[in-house]
Design a binder for this molecule. Structure first.
Ligand code: PLP
Length: 387
């Protein structure tokens, strides 16, 4: 298994090398022999669906997070949809989601047949604003049409949402909390890892996420045995434990053995990768200092650093000049949810001012575990020269 020395050897002397926004190449080279061995085993046993790799991965994911149960599913979006289906949500159920996130969070609510209520975010953490959540819940209660049912908290860029404050509001109104941890697997809050922070957690193994496979994948985590049983059934067409009868409406939400094998291999370096992401983020933060606004990390929060994001006014200009210096940057996201045509019908009156402002100003810098200190210093220097 590759250890820290191997990681160092891979990146040593690479300071002058090309800077990638994400790096799928280095871990692929590092783990290729191990992954091929695991794939050969699957070719031998032939259990392409539901092979031993699936259960092995689920046990390791639950173990990593400190959750009682983990279920491997076909994507992060499926994880969200299955979690919503598991609570039998309908159009009368209000599901509160932040207005600044990937479109999958809103799609999942609508695909599951529930009603999304968009909540504004905080300008500094970029995560759901508990004060606005409370205001939105109270507005729904006052209006008396929908039942407040669930909060989906998104850990944007890898930073855990404010679960303590969100729980307080959710419990007061009898709501469940689902973590959309697609960007934050590997992070933690007050010593508790993502996956064990709330009632239900959904994550994604899309190749560029903190833990990524070589295709689509995702997982769901919970401590609740009955909920886990429902999820397992829904993932497999809603069948009973012996897969003879459909006992509820389900989907094909399975994760293939070959993807589980990739993730088992990736998990052998995951702890080291998370340490490297943190080292790189701290170097960025120290280097950038007060030159730019950055995502705030509250005390006791361990950001998984899925992305490293700053807020700037002259974004297009900065992107162009960094690009000319060989430094790729990216925008997550160009629009707040209610600004998309598909979700405009759910736009709150008066919009979501903080979400809208972030959509105009956020800029993500290269972030992956294989950036060298020298590369980070180069990015910092070029950024400060143009900002
Ligand atoms: C990536 C992502 C998803 C969707 O995950 P897929 O595996 O691509 O379906 C959902 N929510 C957020 C916040 C994401 O970043």
């Amino acid at each position: 298994m590759p250890d820290q020395k191997t990681l160092d050897a891979r990146t040593a002397g690479a300071d002058a090398g090309p800077i990638r926004f994400f790096d799928l190449e280095t871990p692929k080279k590092m783990l290729r022999a191990d992954i091929e061995k695991r794939w050969q085993k699957i070719l031998d046993h032939g259990a392409f669906i539901g092979g031993p790799e699936v259960g092995e991965l689920e046990a390791q994911l639950a173990g990593w997070a400190g959750a009682k149960h983990a279920l491997a599913v076909a994507s992060g979006t499926d994880a969200l949809v299955i979690a919503l289906m598991g609570e039998e949500v309908n159009a009368n159920d209000a599901i509160f989601i932040p207005g600044f996130t990937y479109n999958a969070t809103a799609n999942a609510v609508l695909v599951a047949g529930a009603t999304p209520i968009f909540v504004d975010v905080e300008a500094d953490t970029c995560n759901m604003d508990p004060a606005h959540l409370e205001a939105q819940v109270e507005a729904v209660v006052r209006e008396g049409k929908l039942r407040p049912r669930m909060v989906i908290a998104v850990d944007l860029y890898g930073l855990p949402a404010n679960y303590p404050a969100i729980h307080k509001i959710a419990r007061k109104h009898g709501m469940l909390v689902l973590a959309d941890a697609a960007q934050s697997f590997g992070g933690a809050q007050n010593g508790v890892r993502i996956g064990a922070l709330t009632d239900m957690t959904a994550t994604s193994f899309y190749p560029s996420k903190t833990l990524g496979c070589y295709g689509d994948g995702g997982a769901m985590l919970t401590d609740d045995a009955a909920r886990f049983e429902r999820w397992s059934s829904i993932r497999w067409h809603g069948t009973d434990a012996v897969k003879k009868e459909s006992i509820r409406v389900g989907v094909n939400g399975r994760l293939d053995s070959v993807q589980c094998a990739v993730l088992l291999s990736k998990l052998t370096v995951f702890a080291e990768e998370m340490k490297a992401r943190d080292r790189i983020a701290q170097r960025y933060r120290q280097g950038l200092g007060n030159s730019v606004k950055m995502q705030r990390v509250p005390e006791g929060y361990q950001n998984a650093w899925g992305l490293f994001t700053v807020m700037v006014e002259n974004r297009a200009d900065i992107m162009k000049r960094l690009q000319d210096k060989g430094i790729p940057t990216s925008i997550y996201y160009f629009k707040a949810l209610h600004q998309h045509r598909a979700f405009a019908a759910h736009a709150p009156k008066g919009g979501l001012p903080v979400c809208e402002k972030l959509a105009d100003t956020v800029l993500s810098l290269p972030m992956h575990p294989y950036l060298t200190d020298g590369q980070v210093d180069r990015i910092v220097a070029e950024f400060k020269a143009v900002v």
